[in-house]
Design a protein around this ligand. Structure first.
Ligand SMILES: Cc1cc2nc3c(=O)[nH]c(=O)nc-3n(C[C@H](O)[C@H](O)[C@H](O)COP(=O)(O)OP(=O)(O)OC[C@H]3O[C@@H](n4cnc5c(N)ncnc54)[C@H](O)[C@@H]3O)c2cc1C
Length: 254
């Protein structure tokens, strides 16, 4: 079926689901976008948008709103323990803004996408609706639907995260394997950030600048850090990490 006549359901209205809904609606599809969270809140730390992702968001006319909230990074680098450059991606010098990364709070990116989805007349956004059943013929049912109510579409897309229940229901054979590494992501009040990612024996550490803060992240691969994180013990997490001048004000793992 051609996209302009497509009746599409997207499960999950975070970054992936909202972007997809906007792209398909722009191509003419009618989209029902389901999100189990009734009142999406600011969650997460920062995110670095690469030029290819930024080009898609430019195509959705969202770039100005994102640039207002983000900070460009022209020379991203990956370094080793002592600061030697391991990789400096050569972004083609185009001079049109797509030769940089854009660092932005994840919550700002999500808000911009969700607002655009809310305003789009071909997207029906259903907040607080958790999809509990999906069938291979593109029907689905939400938690509070009465027993025999099925909602039918031409296509259902599961954008419901790493533990996707859509994927589970359709039994497509995908298997999830944990890497054993959890990332800790933080925003700090301090604005200094090196704009680099360090690959070290102790793990991966990154520090990227935001307009009014810094976005720091670290892989918590050591048993001590993993234990502190599992216990949601921020003091122990800080104590077991190398002490530094910038203290996190919020921590999320993703
Ligand atoms: C809480 C959180 C914080 C993160 N923070 C960062 C960060 O700061 N920096 C970074 O680089 N990366 C972060 N990540 C990782 C990165 O944002 C994700 O990899 C990326 O956003 C994946 O987006 P997604 O839309 O595919 O899925 P997700 O972000 O996982 O979103 C899935 C959405 O589907 C909804 N959903 C799930 N099941 C159902 C259902 N049955 N019915 C309806 N809705 C459902 C969820 O509520 C959620 O809104 C974070 C991820 C999460 C989940």
């Amino acid at each position: 079926m051609e996209i302009p006549r497509l009746n599409l359901a997207v499960v999950g209205a975070a970054i992936g689901g909202s972007s997809l809904a906007l792209l398909r609606a722009r191509a003419g599809a009618r989209v029902a976008l389901f999100e189990r969270v009734a009142h999406p809140r600011a969650i997460g730390a920062g995110i670095a948008l690469a030029p290819n992702g930024l080009a898609v968001l430019r195509g959705l006319d969202l770039e100005p709103a994102l640039r207002d909230r983000g900070r460009p990074l022209s020379s991203p680098r990956i370094v080793d323990d002592v600061g030697r450059t391991l990789l400096a991606p050569l972004l083609p010098r185009r001079g049109d803004g797509l030769d940089q990364l854009l660092v932005i709070r994840r919550s700002d990116l999500h808000r911009v996408l969700l607002d655009a989805a809310t305003e789009h007349d071909r997207i029906a956004l259903h907040l607080g609706v958790e999809i509990t059943d999906v069938t291979a013929d593109a029907s689905l049912r939400a938690r509070h639907d009465v027993d025999d109510t099925w909602r039918s579409y031409d296509l259902v897309v599961g954008a419901d995260g790493v533990r996707s229940s859509v994927r589970e229901h359709l039994d497509v054979g995908a298997r999830m394997r944990a890497s054993g590494i959890t990332y800790v992501r933080t925003l700090t009040a301090a604005t200094e950030a090196e704009g680099v990612e360090a690959w070290t024996r102790a793990g991966i550490f990154g520090s990227l600048p935001l307009p009014d803060s810094a976005y720091l992240y670290a892989s918590a691969g050591s048993p001590a850090l993993r234990a502190a994180l599992a216990a949601r013990d921020l003091d122990a997490l800080l104590e077991r990490s190398a002490p530094g001048p910038a203290r996190p004000t919020a921590v999320c793992d993703a």
